[in-house]
Design a protein around this ligand. Structure first.
Ligand code: NAD
Ligand code: 4TP
Length: 332
């Protein structure tokens, strides 16, 4: 009998809801072996606080876990953590959990990694420039370009630019970037999501997609030429479309994914439709990585009221993608 795939789950910011969400993993359906990467004392304390049953076992690759245990790959905190209270002393601990998960995925020990939320600000406060898992994963795996895509509410929404100030977006939207993002999106819709000929709706940047150049020229000078070139190469691209009506159900029904030009053009729509059930997936990586659609929710940490739904969905998608990654099949 073949062994179940091992999926690494990083518990994220210790003061946030990540630790208590990973304690609920036994409730998530699926056949994978789950290994939580976190400080084991933190998990035990959070379980005690919330009255959750917990039997921890240190992860050993070759030893099958006893039923009912939560396997932990221990990474020590730098300082004790209290729910809801950020401490920059633990910024590097959070990164160490990611490094362990990435190393295991790159080595083939883990079939995928699923990430609970981190707090970007406190990692920067710890002295490490950090804009998100997406960018960090690209750097750590030496991948020149990756793409953030969220899945939920019947939509797949990818982003041309990710975590950067709004002021910097137009300058970042170069023809090279847009072309690479669309090629990665297309390739992973085929290879990871099994869609043989993906149709992609592409948003404009400006109101009303620039109104023929009267409300901005990025559509004319950057987006349209890139789309024309890629269409000539066989990609099915619709746009640039005004973003305010692109997400209407009749438009979405014509496509397999949307490419938004920036974070808050695409994600509010998806999160409105699916918050708590959405999944963030990083495209273009040599490994499988999914994540929750929410943040650290410091206001809920330690209350037991955080919804684990998005973590369970992220795990389910990681299992599906890992199976396809291990044995790529024909696209449908
Ligand atoms: N995957 C990630 O690592 C990730 C994703 C998004 C945001 N963040 C980071 O999280 C930090 C806080 O971000 P924010 O305050 O903008 O967003 P947030 O998602 O933490 O919180 C927004 C609201 O949603 C609620 N909420 C979040 N998750 C919930 C859950 N599982 N169940 C019930 N309610 C939930 C919170 O209580 C809050 O009211 C920031 O540093 C941000 O960058 C990380
Ligand atoms: N942009 C994501 C969201 O809003 O859900 C979130 O910040 C997480 O991004 P990373 O996976 O890059 O950390």
């Amino acid at each position: 009998m073949s062994r179940p795939p091992v999926i690494a789950i990083t518990a994220g910011e210790p003061a946030g809801i990540g630790p208590e969400l990973v304690l609920r993993l036994a409730e998530a359906p699926g056949a994978s072996r789950r290994v939580v990467i976190a400080d084991r004392t933190l998990l035990a304390e959070r379980a005690r606080l919330l009255g959750l049953p917990l039997t921890l076992a240190d992860y050993r690759r070759e030893a099958a876990p006893a039923p009912g245990t939560l396997e932990v790959l221990h990474v020590p905190l730098a300082a004790p953590s209290r729910p809801g209270v950020l401490d920059a002393a633990n910024g590097r601990y959070v990164l160490a959990t990611l490094v362990a998960a990435i190393a295991g995925c790159m080595a083939g020990e883990f079939a995928a990694m699923v990430t609970a939320p981190v707090h970007k600000g406190v990692i920067n406060d710890a002295g490490v420039p950090f804009s998100g898992h997406t960018e960090y994963l690209a750097e750590q795996t030496h991948t020149p370009r990756v793409v953030m895509m969220l899945v939920g509410g019947g939509m797949r929404v990818a982003l041309a630019t990710t975590h950067l100030p709004l002021r910097a977006v137009p300058d970042a939207l170069t023809p090279a970037l847009l072309s690479e993002v669309l090629q990665i999106l297309h390739a992973d819709l085929v290879g990871k999501f099994g869609i043989a000929a993906p149709r992609i709706l592409v948003a404009g940047l400006n109101p009303h997609a620039g109104e023929g150049g009267h409300l901005g020229r990025e559509e004319i000078e950057v987006i349209e030429p890139v789309l024309a070139t890629l269409r000539a190469g066989g990609m099915h691209l619709i746009g640039p479309l005004p973003a305010d009506t692109l997400f209407n159900p009749d438009k979405l029904a014509q496509a397999d994914a949307v490419l938004a030009m920036y974070h808050d053009q695409g994600l509010p729509v998806l999160k409105h439709a699916s918050f708590g059930q959405g999944v963030n997936v990083t495209l273009g990586l040599p490994i499988v990585r999914t994540s929750v659609d929410h943040g650290t929710a410091l206001d809920l940490a330690g209350s037991g009221r955080a919804d684990p739904g998005s973590l369970f969905e992220a795990l389910a998608l990681a299992e599906t993608l890992a199976a396809r990654h291990a044995a790529p099949g024909p696209a449908r």
